[in-house]
Design a binder for this molecule. Sequence first.
Ligand SMILES: Cc1cc2nc3c(=O)[nH]c(=O)nc-3n(C[C@H](O)[C@H](O)[C@H](O)COP(=O)(O)OP(=O)(O)OC[C@H]3O[C@@H](n4cnc5c(N)ncnc54)[C@H](O)[C@@H]3O)c2cc1C
Length: 285
Amino acid sequence: MKKLVIIGQGPAGISAALYAVRGGADVTVVAKDLGALAKADKIENYYGFEHGISAKELILAGIAQAKNLGAHFIENEVCGIEFSADGYDVKLGDGCSLSAGAVIIAVGTSRNVPKIGNIQRFEGSGVSYCAICDGFFFRGKKVAVIGNAAYALSEYNVLKNIIEDVTILSDGNIPSFDSPACNTKKIDRFEGNEHLESVVFSDGTSEHFDAAFIACGSAGAFELSKKLGLETDNGKIVTDYNCATNIPGIFAAGDCTKGLQQIAKAVYEGMIAGTQALKYLKSLG
Ligand SMILES: Cc1cc2nc3c(=O)[nH]c(=O)nc-3n(C[C@H](O)[C@H](O)[C@H](O)COP(=O)(O)OP(=O)(O)OC[C@H]3O[C@@H](n4cnc5c(N)ncnc54)[C@H](O)[C@@H]3O)c2cc1C
């Protein structure tokens, strides 16, 4: 059977891993951190804990349970998912990739949209959230990537394959990489008429750019969906009652889909996504 890659080790990703691995799938969970529960204190509304439980304890117990059952874990950031001959290549922040027959996206809600003036005004008119989708339109032009970490570097590398003049703007943040050199000035706003024409910095200077690719923090559900062509609604991944997306072999569960943002819902959807991904992988032979 081909491999299952689960992106996220929150309640949705872990629940999916438990069901898929017990059903015989070769499961790899890749996650960058502990997700939303790392920010929570005590959980009092999840089934089975008479006096509540510490959020961290709950998530660490789930991870240990999945590991005991045979799921593999990789601590890394996912920068994209691409179609491949074998199904999908899950692209990691260190430049490596994981091959998968099916993928479950369980990345939670986080979406990093920087506070830059006029950003929404130029969305679709020079401001993009996906280098692989929109880079082609700016061949021969001058473009910026906004961000300072692995995801920004990954988007830079995608653009560099097709565009010569690409600059990373770290928006006042310290870059996590040495090369390429970045412009580290804080950004105040975007300017232009119909289309983005320049980036204005907080020190009053400005620089001409035909496009700005937003890649702050890490790729969330919205960015991963754009790259693959997954249907979204208000930033959430659209799924059916099987947690299936509009692309065969790609499932989604938890806070990154519509509905209540609660552990019980994430665990439920993880179970569905895990069992349905297993069924899908078996159908591939
Ligand atoms: C302060 C706070 C208190 C809460 N209290 C409660 C409560 O009392 N009861 C309750 O039911 N719910 C509570 N919640 C909500 C609950 O935490 C979420 O509904 C639940 O964690 C969602 O699970 P998830 O697996 O979908 O996402 P998350 O738990 O957010 O997990 C997302 C996972 O995806 C990973 N990830 C994201 N992007 C990437 C990427 N690009 N590459 C690799 N990995 C990635 C993260 O590292 C993480 O492992 C609370 C949330 C917060 C923030």
